[in-house]
Design a protein around this ligand. Structure first.
Ligand code: F6P
Length: 557
C-alpha cells in the first residue's frame, strides 16, 4: 500500500488555510444573500435527509474540502476497504464490515476466499437460533421458555447491541427482555441478574477474542449464578452432567475464537462465529448482534442490515460533492484542523437513541484517536476529536449554555425522526411536535444567535445586554429520517462509520487498530497481585500507585 499523503502538504490544505484566514462566518448574512443555501446544502443518503447549511462553509470551502478528499486518495482508500485489501496495516487485516451487510449475490474476496457466503451462513444460523428462542422451542434446562437474554460483552461486543436494542424498543417481542453486562465492577452482573429466574434466563457471551478479562470474568460469575440458582431450587442436581446440560441450555457464545469458546465449556454448536476482518466497534451487524436478533427478530434484523447497505452504496458510489458521509467527515476535519475544535456533540432528538452518543464514542475515538500514521510516521495535524452527547431536550437544560455562549467551537449533529414511536398529546398539543420544535429552534438559535439590538428591543437593561447576546455562527448539521425503523438505525450507524473512515483517511491513520487500550490492560494484570496483598508486587509500583493501593487495603470494609 502506498504511503499516506500528508494532508497538510496538499494544494487543498493551502487553499483551506487561506480560506479560513479570510472567512468571516456570518450565517445570517449568508442565508440572506443566498435564498437557496438550505436547498443547495441539503443532501439525501438513503432515507436520511441531511442539512449541512448551518455549517461554517461557503461554496469555496466545500470545493476545497472535496479537493482535499481527492488529493488524499479517499476514493482509492474506500475501494481498497470495500474490496478486502489489508488496510488495517498494523494488524495486517482486511476491513470488511461492509461485507456483513452485502446481499447474497455479491462477492467479496479476502485473501482469495469469497466471504459473503460465510456471512450468510452464519446469519442463517443466528436467525434459526433467534427464531427458536422467540417461538419458545428453545427452552431452558427445565423446559421453560426463555424470557430474558443477558448479553455479556464489552466495548464493541456491548455498545452496539445495547444501543440498537434501546433504539428499536418498539420492535422487541413482548415477553422478551435483554439485559447487558459489560463492566467488571461486580455490581454490574449482580444488578443485571437481580430478580431474574435462572430457569428462564439465557446468556450470550459475546467476545471477538474470547480473551477479554471483563467478559470472561462476568461469564464465569453468570455461570456460577445460574448453577447455584438452579441447584438451590432443586431444578437440577449436583452432578457434572446436570451442570453441563444446564450450561448448554443457558449459554451461547459469539466469537472469532471458537476453540476458546469450547474451552470455556460452551458447546460449539451453540456458538456463532465471525472473522478477524470485522473490527469490534464495527461488529453489531455480525453475530455480535445476536441479542438484537433475538429481541427484534430476523426480518427486522435483515432490514437493519439493508439500511447499512444503502449507505455503503451511497458512500461508495456518490461523488464527494454530494456524498453525505464524505462531506460530514470533511467538515469534521475543517473544524478540527482549522477552527481548533476539540469536541463534537451528537444530540439525538429521539429518546430511543439515548445510547447512540456512547456507541459513537468507541466508534470514533477508538478509531481516530491516533498520533501516528499507518506507516508509523507521526501525524502531521490534530486527529480524533472527543465525541459526546445526550438526548435532547435533556442536554438543553444541562450543557447547551456552553455551546450557545461559551468560547469554544463545538460542532453539533442534531438527529430527529418525523414519526414518533409514541404519539401522545398534552391537551390539544402533539408532544412530538413540541419536542421537534426544540430541535428546530436550537439549530436556528445556534446558527443565527440574537444581536444586542434584538436584546435591547425586548426592554433589557443595558448592563444585562451583553450577557443576553447570542453570537450565533455555532455550526450544526441536522439529520432527519421518516421514523426510527431498523433500516434507519442501520443507516445512521453506517453514516458515522464512513464519516470516521473519511477523517482517518485524511489524517493518514489506521482507523482500525486500537493499540492504545493495551497498556492499561497489561498494567492491570501486573497490579492485581499487589491489590490482593502481595508485598513484593506492591513494592514494584510507583509511589502514587502504592499509596492508592495502600489506601484501598486500609479502608475496605
Ligand atoms: O477495548 C479494546 C477492545 O479490543 C475493543 O476494541 C473491543 O470492542 C473490546 O475490547 C472487546 O473485545 P472482545 O470482543 O474481544 O471481547
Amino acid at each position: 500500500m502506498s504511503a499516506p499523503v500528508d494532508p497538510t502538504t496538499t494544494k487543498a490544505w493551502a487553499a483551506l488555510t487561506e480560506q479560513h484566514q479570510n472567512l468571516k462566518p456570518d450565517l445570517r448574512a449568508w442565508f440572506d444573500a443566498d435564498p437557496d443555501r438550505a436547498k443547495n446544502l441539503t443532501f439525501t443518503a438513503g432515507d436520511l435527509y441531511v442539512d449541512l447549511s448551518k455549517n461554517l462553509v461557503d461554496g469555496d470551502v466545500l470545493s476545497a474540502l472535496v479537493d482535499l478528499a481527492g488529493e488524499v486518495g479517499l476514493a482509492e482508500r474506500t475501494e481498497a476497504m470495500f474490496s478486502g485489501e489489508h488496510i488495517n496495516v498494523t494488524e495486517d487485516r482486511a476491513v470488511l464490515h461492509t461485507a456483513l451487510r452485502d446481499p447474497e449475490n455479491v462477492s467479496v474476496e479476502v485473501d482469495g476466499t469469497d466471504v459473503v457466503p460465510q456471512v450468510h451462513e452464519v446469519l442463517q444460523k443466528v436467525y434459526a437460533f433467534a427464531d427458536s428462542v422467540r417461538s419458545g422451542s428453545w427452552t431452558g434446562v427445565t423446559g421453560k421458555r426463555i424470557e430474558t437474554v443477558v448479553n455479556i460483552g464489552i466495548g464493541g461486543s456491548d455498545l452496539g447491541p445495547v444501543m440498537v436494542y434501546e433504539a428499536l424498543q418498539p420492535y422487541v417481542q413482548d415477553g422478551l427482555e435483554c439485559r447487558f453486562v459489560s463492566n467488571i465492577d461486580p455490581t454490574d452482573v449482580a444488578e443485571k441478574t437481580r430478580g431474574l429466574d435462572p430457569e428462564t434466563t439465557l446468556f450470550i457471551v459475546a467476545s471477538k477474542t474470547f480473551t477479554t478479562l471483563e467478559t470472561l470474568t462476568n461469564a464465569r460469575l453468570a455461570r456460577s449464578w445460574l448453577l447455584e440458582g438452579l441447584k438451590s431450587s432443586g431444578a437440577v442436581d449436583d452432578t457434572d452432567a446436570a451442570s453441563k446440560e444446564a450450561v448448554a441450555k443457558h449459554f451461547v457464545a459469539v466469537s472469532t475464537a471458537l476453540d476458546k469458546v469450547a474451552a470455556f465449556g460452551i458447546d460449539p454448536d451453540n456458538a456463532f462465529g465471525f472473522w478477524d476482518w470485522v473490527g469490534g466497534r464495527y461488529s453489531v451487524d455480525s453475530a455480535i448482534g445476536t441479542s438484537v436478533v433475538v429481541a427484534i427478530g430476523p426480518e427486522n434484523f435483515a432490514n437493519f442490515l439493508a439500511g447499512f447497505h444503502l449507505i455503503d452504496e451511497h458512500f461508495r458510489t456518490t461523488e464527494f460533492s454530494r456524498n453525505v458521509p464524505a462531506l460530514m467527515g470533511l467538515l469534521n476535519v475543517w473544524y478540527n484542523n482549522f477552527f481548533g475544535a476539540q469536541t463534537h456533540a451528537v444530540l439525538p432528538y429521539a429518546q430511543y437513541l439515548h445510547r447512540f452518543p456512547a456507541y459513537l464514542q468507541q466508534l470514533t475515538m477508538e478509531s481516530n484517536g491516533k498520533s501516528v500514521r499507518y506507516d508509523g510516521s507521526p501525524v502531521t495535524t490534530d486527529t480524533g476529536e472527543v465525541f459526546w452527547g445526550e438526548p435532547g431536550t435533556n442536554g438543553q437544560h444541562a450543557f447547551y449554555q456552553l455551546i450557545h455562549q461559551g468560547t469554544r467551537v463545538i460542532p453539533a449533529d442534531f438527529i430527529a425522526v418525523a414519526t414518533p414511536a409514541n404519539p401522545l398529546t398534552d391537551g390539544d398539543k402533539d408532544v412530538h411536535e413540541l419536542f421537534l420544535a426544540n430541535f428546530f429552534a436550537q439549530t436556528a438559535a445556534l446558527a443565527f444567535g440574537k444581536t444586542a439590538d434584538q436584546v435591547r428591543a425586548e426592554g433589557t437593561a443595558e448592563e444585562i445586554v451583553p450577557a443576553r447576546v447570542f453570537a450565533g455562527n455555532k455550526p450544526t448539521t441536522s439529520i432527519m429520517a421518516p421514523g426510527l425503523t431498523p433500516s434507519v438505525v442501520g443507516q445512521l450507524i453506517a453514516l458515522y462509520e464512513h464519516i470516521t473512515f473519511t477523517q482517518g483517511v485524511v489524517w493518514g491513520i489506521d482507523s482500525f487498530d486500537q493499540w492504545g487500550v493495551e497498556l492499561g490492560k497489561q498494567l492491570a494484570q501486573e497490579v492485581t497481585p499487589a491489590v490482593a496483598g502481595d508485598e513484593a508486587a506492591l513494592a514494584k509500583q510507583d509511589p502514587s500507585t502504592q499509596s492508592l493501593i495502600t489506601y484501598y487495603r486500609e479502608h475496605r470494609f
